[in-house]
Design a protein around this ligand. Structure first.
Ligand SMILES: Nc1ncnc2c1ncn2[C@@H]1O[C@H](COP(=O)(O)OP(=O)(O)OP(=O)(O)O)[C@@H](O)[C@H]1O
Ligand SMILES: [Mg+2]
Length: 250
């Protein structure tokens, strides 16, 4: 379970997150939608403590902490409870697929090299890339790189995996394989919070959907209700704009 209360963040004098609350239950896959610039990446980065929030509380696993007053030790403990999947994969270019997945286990968590290798191979098997263990990122397609990025995120068995537009950098033909990989994870009970623009994917996989606008979550509902009975004008406008045949979908 992940719970966030009243998270706030300013860049210079500009308020980007204006008090965001959210809660992701164990085993749920929750999706955040929103226009470009609404603060989705900033929110995920503040939750993962890649960015310091100005205010806010986090509860994850057995940790409760104030995000604006984190010691380095607390920040590390929080980050270890999460996996992060980046839009641009975030793999080390000079390390093989296997080494990339092992790194978090071996170096960060102090698992022995042999054990890290076994866990990493199992994770890579789950994303269907056991035949690419020794390939460097430059020798993998974008879709394959992202599947390795996903394997790296769940290899450490985090409480929750945060994904920031995991398919946004991919050629259209490669989006499907990554979405299928995420769907398989979802079906195996992994808890996830995903920022995406893929509405049909959200409809299929998400437990709850949130719509973010100008630094606040304006609507949050179980997926079916979100798409069938949105209540906020801004959500309806977004859905209409994002899928011109929206009226026919419902
Ligand atoms: N490091 C930074 N310094 C200053 N402003 C920033 C910084 N990072 C983000 N911003 C601003 O914060 C706002 C929200 O950015 P953010 O990246 O969170 O949006 P987003 O919802 O993820 O958009 P997109 O859908 O395009 O990825 C933007 O106006 C952006 O210019
Ligand atoms: Mg973003």
């Amino acid at each position: 379970m992940l719970e966030i209360k009243n998270i706030r963040k300013k860049y210079n004098d500009l308020e980007i997150l204006k008090g965001v609350d959210l809660r992701v239950e164990k085993g749920n896959v929750d999706v955040i939608l929103g226009q470009s610039g609404s603060g989705k990446t900033t929110l995920l980065r503040c939750i993962d403590v890649l960015e310091n929030a100005d205010a806010g509380e986090i509860a994850i696993g057995d940790i409760h902490a104030n995000l604006s007053h984190l010691s380095q030790r607390e920040a590390i403990r929080i980050r270890r409870k999460m996996g992060f999947v980046f839009q641009n994969y975030g793999l080390f270019k000079n390390k093989t697929a296997l080494e990339n997945v092992m790194l978090g286990l071996n170096v960060v968590r102090g698992v022995s090299k042999k054990e890290a290798e076994n866990i990493a191979k199992e994770a890579i098997g789950k994303v269907g890339l056991l035949d690419r263990l020794d390939h460097y990122p430059g020798q993998l397609s974008g879709g394959q790189q992202q599947r390795i990025g996903i394997a790296r995120a769940f290899a450490t068995s985090p409480e929750v995996i945060l994904m920031d537009e995991p398919t946004a950098s991919l050629d259209p033909g490669l989006v499907g394989e990554v979405l299928t990989t995420i769907e398989n994870l979802a079906n195996s009970g992994v808890t996830m919070l995903i920022v995406t623009h893929e509405l049909s994917f959200a409809r299929k996989v998400a437990s709850n959907v949130m719509f973010m606008d100008d630094g606040v979550i304006v609507e949050s509902a179980p997926t079916k209700d979100f798409f069938l009975k949105p209540t906020q004008e801004k959500t309806i406008e977004f859905l209409r704009k994002s899928s011109p045949d929206y009226g026919y979908m419902i």
